[in-house]
Design a binder for this molecule. Structure first.
Ligand code: NDP
Length: 503
């Protein structure tokens, strides 16, 4: 007898023939509805797609480990960070943001860097980007922002007017817009870029003393980027080049690594810092808060099946383990809701039971039951309510996070644009970018902004000018504007500028 696996239906029933449907005759003939193998095959095929992620649709993922190299356990009680040498399994998904599932990897876009740490206290998700900052600082703006990065509602084409109209009407975007149009907006692949937690997070220890932290993952491969023209070429030549690069590197045992650091800020320092430390459009300057080594991250195993693992992996920034928690960053606060919500829509309320999402190193003992696609033991015969006197799981009060004392003033408080919002962009231009980086930044903006209407170009160039006059002047010249008018607009308030550049 042959050792070959036997072909079966999805119910395990042996299939005698997969090349012919059951028909009424040998030639052209009618097909019989009784052919359950045929109907199962066609019906399943029609249901192969699940909703595409609205953002971060195109990407890839890999397994690996995080290893602690520096003991910072005096700041956090998280067990996976408790001692030097401790290793925790991880799964990471890299992605672009705006493009659809088949879009090109080399597009100018931030790159998503979503990480799942399978700790012994449950799964911890750190869902960041390859940039330390973001375009907006309040999650209520997120759907609008993403619409402008996608397609025009009439002609379904990417639209420079939509893109720059929103940016110029949202001046807090200036820092990330600048970052995006440097060559770091077109990284060579997923291995040659840094990853950031981007937001500020809370770390707290056994005594419930807390600090604020920011995570930095520095690539050990070195930063490498495409120029704009190289990226455009790669989009055409190989739209999947970064997916391929990561897969091949791991297959060839050329395992990518990142050195992991944190910046740590004490609560009393947060009250005094020259920037709002929870505003995700800003960094904490390294000179003020140096990078403290924490560990290293290594990716060393490719998934076995793309759909089962990469497409079905579900990340949510709300998945914290004891010792780590959120900060009052308004963008993070909205994300704490929307990621878990989108996974319920995309994968269903039991998405945590899908193998890649299941805690690998912790038990699950909740009282939630039933629902579509319940594939675990569903709590067995144990009680399905709490409190109960039948031996069900009990909460552990020792993992209660610190109390945050607040004096609240509840309202829709806007965060108006202030001069300080332009300072860090100016510092990036003046202190960090090389002459070549500046040339590329200006060129990269000009080839994109040049496609927007003149009044929008004026409004946006005034913001570049506010960040740094040389920066604003060079972009304005590149897109054919009158510098005196740009300067004049830069000296107005945002309201006056909007009025002066209306249609
Ligand atoms: P530093 O002057 O101490 O260090 C410069 C930072 O900028 C490094 O993190 C470096 O990252 C990064 N960088 C270098 N070249 C580029 C580039 N072409 N495009 C984008 N980033 C680059 O930084 P400060 O903390 O004093 O901040 C100065 C400015 O640097 C900030 O306003 C911000 O725009 C930018 N920046 C700051 C970061 C932070 O967390 N403080 C992080 C990234 C940027 P690398 O080591 O990978 O080269």
């Amino acid at each position: 007898m042959s050792n070959k696996k036997k072909y079966t239906t999805n119910k395990g029933i042996p299939v005698p023939n997969d090349q012919a449907s059951i028909t009424t005759g040998k030639g052209a003939s009618y097909t019989m509805l009784e052919d359950a193998h045929l109907t199962e095959k066609l019906a399943h095929f029609g249901r192969e797609r699940i909703p595409e992620r609205v953002v971060h649709a195109k990407g890839t993922g890999a397994y690996g480990y995080f290893e602690v190299t520096n003991d910072l356990s005096k700041y956090t009680r998280a067990k996976f960070l408790s001692e030097i040498g401790k290793k925790t399994e991880v799964f990471i998904r890299f992605s672009t943001v705006g493009g659809e599932k088949g879009s090109a990897d080399a597009k100018r876009d931030p790159r998503g860097t979503a990480m799942k740490f399978y700790t012994e206290e449950g799964n911890y998700d750190l869902v960041g980007n390859n940039t330390p900052i973001f375009f907006i600082r309040d999650s209520i703006k997120f759907p609008d922002f993403i619409h402008t990065q996608k397609r025009n509602p009439q002609n379904n084409l990417p639209d420079a007017d939509m893109f720059w109209d929103f940016m110029s009407l949202t001046p807090e975007s200036i820092h990330q817009a600048t970052f995006l149009f440097t060559d770091r907006g077109t990284p060579l692949n997923f291995r040659h870029m840094d990853c950031f937690g981007s937001h500020s997070f809370m770390w707290y220890n056994e005594k419930n003393e807390y600090v604020w932290v920011k995570y930095h993952f520095k690539t050990a491969q070195g930063i490498k980027n495409f120029t704009n023209d190289e990226a455009v070429k790669m989009c055409g030549e190989n739209p999947d080049h970064a997916v391929e690069d990561l897969f091949e590197a791991i297959e060839n045992e050329n395992y990518p690594e990142w050195n992991v650091y944190v910046q740590i800020m004490k609560p009393e320092e947060a009250e005094e810092y020259k920037f709002d430390p929870f505003d995700v459009t800003k960094v904490w300057f390294h000179g003020d808060y140096p990078l403290i080594p924490l560990g290293k991250l290594v990716l060393n195993k490719n998934p076995e099946n793309f759909f089962a693992e990469v497409e079905q992996v579900a990340f949510a920034p709300s998945n914290f383990v004891p010792g780590i928690g959120p900060s009052p960053d308004r963008l993070l606060q909205g994300r704490l809701f929307s990621y878990e919500d989108t996974q319920r829509h995309r994968l269903g309320p039991n998405h945590h039971q899908i193998p890649v999402n299941r805690p690998k190193n912790a038990d699950v003992n909740s009282y939630q039951r039933d629902g579509p696609m319940t594939v675990d033991e569903n709590g067995g015969k144990g009680p399905n309510y709490y409190p109960n006197s039948f031996g069900g799981a009990e909460p552990d009060e020792t993992v209660t996070p610190p109390t945050i004392e607040l004096k609240a003033e509840i309202n829709r408080h806007t965060m108006p644009t202030e001069d300080v919002d332009f300072f860090q962009t100016g510092e990036l231009w003046r202190r960090v970018l090389s002459d070549e980086d500046k040339d590329h930044l200006v060129y990269n903006i000009v080839v994109h902004l040049g496609n927007a209407q003149e009044r929008i170009r004026y409004r946006q160039c005034a913001l570049f000018y506010k960040a740094d006059p040389e920066y604003g002047t060079r972009v304005a010249e590149g897109v054919g504007l009158d510098i005196n008018k740009v300067k004049e607009l830069s000296e107005m308030t945002q309201e006056e500028r909007v009025e002066a550049t209306k249609e």
